[in-house]
Design a protein around this ligand. Sequence first.
Ligand code: PGA
Length: 242
Amino acid sequence: MRKIILAGNWKMYKLVAEAQEFLRGFLPHLSSTPEEREVVLCAPFTALSNLSQSLQGMRVLLGAQNIHWEDAGAYTGEVAGPMLVELGVRYAIVGHSERRQYFGETDATVNQRLLAAQRHGLTPILCVGETKQQRDALETESHIFRQLEADLVGVDQNNLVIAYEPIWAIGTGDTCASEEANRVIGLIRSRLSNPNVTIQYGGSVKPDNIDELMAQPEIDGVLVGGASLTPDSWGRIVNFKA
Ligand code: PGA
């Protein structure tokens, strides 16, 4: 059985007080969320400590948005696995397209970060996906297969989540059609040694398209940016109608 995982990616949003206010609005929605759905919030590093205390004993799990490959060292501005583990963090997004595009993340560093997350018992959420240009040039499949091949060297597929995030659909309101997301995710699955890896869709997921996306047989969850920032829209997403 593949796990259903609904993960919010808050990106560079929310002060601690705003995160607290979010929880006040969001937590009541969980009373209608089926037990088997895992709910994750990938908050900014600065909010993790506070959130980890507030979420003790709750079913919301915490994720980070990045992780360094060394356990400690002279790496100004980076955060290491043990620092996340200490705060009770369970997931780490790795290789988000914004990191690849703006911060020089490469498949080689993505691979090292995935291995580090697993070494510390965290579950990495590996993001892959094509640009609009690659899609138009019919390179979607070859690009994603190349990313998977390079990113997953030595990675344990028993402790892994993959998010298919077409870059042209991120933050644009331009969602990938659910059948197309399903098709690409099926192709990703066909390249894995473990077919039970949870594979999410990400890119302009909203309350009005979540039911349709989650009805697709290959889609096991979602990675959500903008619509995870407000309690009611995130509440509607975790309570998608099956
Ligand atoms: P979005 O972002 O939901 O705002 O499109 C998704 C992501 O970047 O993970």
